[in-house]
Design a protein around this ligand. Structure first.
Ligand SMILES: Nc1nc2c(ncn2[C@@H]2O[C@H](COP(=O)(O)OP(=O)(O)OP(=O)(O)O)[C@@H](O)[C@H]2O)c(=O)[nH]1
Length: 330
C-alpha cells in the first residue's frame, strides 16, 4: 500500500543540512549488517518485547533511533544479545516502514495523538448487541479511524443471546462492512475465519465482551500477559498499551488494546475515508471541487448518485461517517 501523507508523523521530519553540506556532524554509525529481524509484540515503559523467529527477545531502543517511536506491530532490526535468555537485552537499531498506523486520541494525560499499533491490516470493532447497548456514533468513529489508518474494518457483534443483530447489521450494510456475530455458548468459527492469516486490532468499550473473546481465541492470552510482566520485570502491564497475541491454528495475530477508549480523528482527511469506497471515490475525483469535504451543498457526489453511479444509502452512510469526525470523542 502506498504511504499517505497522514502516515507520516513527527518522527519523519528531516532537518535540512546546514551550509556546510550534507555530511553528518556525528560519526557515521555502522550499518548493522548483522541485525536480525523482529516483530514487536508488547511495549512497556521503555522495554520492547520482540519475536525473533520463535524466540521472545527483550530489547531497548538504540540511541541512534533518535525520536523515532517503536510501537506494537512494528517490524524492527535488532542487534546485541538476541538470545532471549533471561536478563539479556537487545537493541532496536531500525524500524521498517509501516504499512498502516492506528492512532490513539490525545487525552488529559498526553496532549499528543500517538500511533499505538503499526502494520495491522484489520480493525475488529467489538460491540455488544445489548448490555451495554450499541453506540452507533462510536462505531462510526472507530470505522473512520480504521479507514484512515489504512485498515479494513470488521464488526464483531457480541451477546447475540441477548438481542437480535438484524437492525445493526442492516444499518451498516450499505457500507459493505463485514461482520461476525458471537453469543454466549456459541462457536467462534465465523469470527476465526475473518481473522485467519491477518493482523487484527481489537477495540471495544468496557463490558462489550472483548476480553472474553480474546481469551477464547487465544487460550494462552493470560499467560502471555504475565510473561510480558516477567520479562520487563516492571510489575503490571501498563493498561493503556497494546499487546499482540498469536492465533493458534489458522495463523494471524490479534492485537488487544486494553485501556484504549478512543481514536484520534482530528488529523483525518476526508479523502482517506472516501478512498475506502471505490464507487464514491471515483465520483469524488470526477465531480467534486478541490478540498471538498463531501458535506457541503456543492459536493458533486449527489449528482453522481442521481446518475445511478452509486447508491444513495451508501453516500448517506459515508456522510454520516465523515460527520462523526466532528465533536468530542466519547
Ligand atoms: N450474555 C452474554 N454475556 C457475555 C458475552 N460475552 C461476554 N459476556 C459478559 O459480559 C461481561 C463483560 O465481558 P468482558 O469480556 O469482561 O468485557 P470487556 O469488553 O473485556 O470489558 P473490560 O474487561 O471492562 O474491558 C462479562 O460479565 C461477560 O461474562 C456474550 O456473548 N453473551
Amino acid at each position: 500500500m502506498a504511504r499517505r501523507t497522514s502516515d507520516y508523523d513527527e518522527d519523519d521530519v528531516r532537518v535540512r543540512p546546514g551550509r556546510r553540506g550534507s555530511r553528518p556532524r556525528t560519526r557515521r554509525r555502522p550499518a548493522h549488517e548483522d541485525a536480525v529481524a523482529g516483530f514487536v509484540t508488547a511495549v512497556d515503559r521503555g522495554r520492547y518485547r520482540c519475536l525473533v523467529g520463535d524466540r521472545a527477545v527483550t530489547a531497548m531502543r538504540a540511541r541512534e533511533l533518535g525520536r523515532k517511536g517503536v510501537v506494537v506491530g512494528d517490524r524492527v532490526a535488532l542487534v546485541g544479545d538476541v538470545s532471549g535468555r533471561p536478563d539479556t537485552l537487545a537493541r532496536i537499531v531500525r524500524v521498517e516502514p509501516r504499512s498502516s498506523a492506528l492512532r490513539r486520541t490525545a487525552d488529559d494525560t498526553d496532549p499528543f495523538e500517538r500511533i499505538i499499533v503499526a502494520n495491522a491490516d484489520q480493525l475488529a470493532i467489538v460491540t455488544a448487541l445489548a448490555d451495554p447497548e450499541p453506540r452507533p456514533r462510536m462505531i462510526d468513529r472507530q470505522l473512520v479511524a480504521g479507514y484512515d489508518a489504512g485498515m479494513d474494518p470488521l464488526l464483531v457483534l457480541t451477546k447475540a443471546d441477548l438481542a437480535d443483530p438484524a437492525e445493526l447489521v442492516a444499518a451498516y450494510a450499505p457500507l459493505g462492512v463485514p461482520y461476525a456475530v458471537t453469543e454466549r455458548g456459541g462457536g467462534l468459527a465465523d469470527l476465526r475465519a475473518h481473522l485467519a492469516g491477518r493482523t487484527s486490532v481489537f477495540v471495544g468499550h468496557s463490558g462489550v465482551g472483548k476480553s472474553t473473546l480474546v481469551n477464547a481465541l487465544v487460550p494462552d492470552a493470560e499467560r502471555a500477559v504475565s510473561h510480558v510482566n516477567a520479562v520487563t520485570g516492571r510489575g503490571r502491564h501498563t493498561s493503556s498499551s497494546a499487546l499482540a497475541l498469536e492465533l493458534p491454528d489458522a495463523g494471524g495475530w490479534i492485537i488487544d488494546t486494553p485501556g484504549v477508549r478512543s481514536f484520534g480523528l482530528a488529523h483525518v482527511k476526508p479523502e482517506n475515508v472516501i478512498n475506502a469506497f471505490e464507487d464514491l471515490a471515483e465520483g469524488a475525483a470526477e465531480r467534486c471541487p478541490p478540498l471538498c469535504d463531501h458535506l457541503q451543498p456543492d459536493c458533486g457526489l449527489d449528482a453522481w448518485v442521481e446518475e445511478g453511479r452509486a447508491s444513495r444509502a451508501r453516500l448517506d452512510s459515508l456522510r454520516r461517517l465523515l460527520a462523526s469526525r466532528e465533536g468530542e470523542p466519547e
